[in-house]
Design a protein. Structure first.
Length: 156
């Protein structure tokens, strides 16, 4: 079941790439939306029962997610810092660096912050937010229900 879904992830990743190089405008928002929804579905299918088990560790869960996202994010952020230094030198503004380092830049509703540094990493910050909420939504700790993603989707 997951192999066909993974192939869809590839198709939509190509759509996002095509959006960023300017050859398919609709690929960006459509591709990112699909990618996030599919990631949520795969997480619910793969981790739904594990989250509700007594052996589940939130720290281990988040650690695995961070290990997948953060190293490449850090490399790209360092490249963005180098490019900004080369472009602006000593005049560069660095207020955006801390939120980017912590992957919370998209939580600040200012385009100068959430599109700062490596501009496309706003999506990683959103994904990290969804990962952080996932165990509580599935286990019902936030809502009192045993499995809440469908209920949560109806509310949004």
């Amino acid at each position: 079941m997951f192999l066909p879904l993974q192939s869809f992830r590839f198709v939509f990743a190509v759509m996002i790439f095509c959006h960023h190089i300017g050859i398919f405008e609709a690929g960006g928002s459509c591709g990112v939306s699909f990618f996030l929804v599919l990631s949520g579905f795969v997480m619910a299918k793969g981790y739904g029962e594990k989250v509700c088990s007594s052996g589940f560790s939130y720290g281990r869960f988040m650690g695995k997610r961070l290990l997948r996202l953060y190293p490449l994010h850090l490399v790209c952020l360092c490249a963005a810092v180098v490019m900004q230094l080369a472009d602006e030198g000593c005049e560069a503004q660095w207020g955006w660096l801390l939120p980017n380092l912590c992957l919370v830049q998209s939580w600040i509703p200012l385009p100068s912050v959430y599109f700062s540094g490596n501009a496309v990493s706003w999506c990683l910050a959103d994904l990290l937010f969804f990962y952080a909420l996932f165990p509580w939504l599935v286990s019902g700790k936030m809502t009192g229900h045993s499995f809440t993603p469908p209920l949560f989707a109806k509310c949004c």
